[in-house]
Design a protein. Sequence first.
Length: 164
Amino acid sequence: MSGGGEAEGLITRLVLPADAGLLFVQGGIGAGIPVVSATAGIELGGQLGLAGQLTADVHLLWTRSRGLVLDAEAGLSAQPVFRFTADAFVLVTADLLLTTVELYQRKWKLAAFDYGSNLTFGVFLPLHAEGGRLDFSFDRMRFEYPSIDAAELARGVLRRIIDT
């Protein structure tokens, strides 16, 4: 404790990240002769998902006059994220009646980018505890959401595809 013995505090932040998503498309053109076939094409991948986190900010303070004081805020936030990938590929195989053997395979990464991480949605709930009383109310809950312009969002994705 400090010389005056009046206040000592502790501040901490806990963050638990999470994400999920799924979407994939593949197209190609192929040619073959008996036994051997070759395919060349483009793979376009898109992953539409959510990147989120659970947070807890906690501030503990001890004073002689007030005792233990706790101020905390729990939050849950998520950002929709679109991940776009474009790859070229070549695959050459041989059909040996009972099995197929891969003779050659090559993949080239053409482009990859994420879009949308600035669109955060969240809910946050503060609480306060002092003198053995817990002040917790859903009326103090606050929500965070972005202003979304669908046309600008589509233009932004197209710009990123063209620039990449």
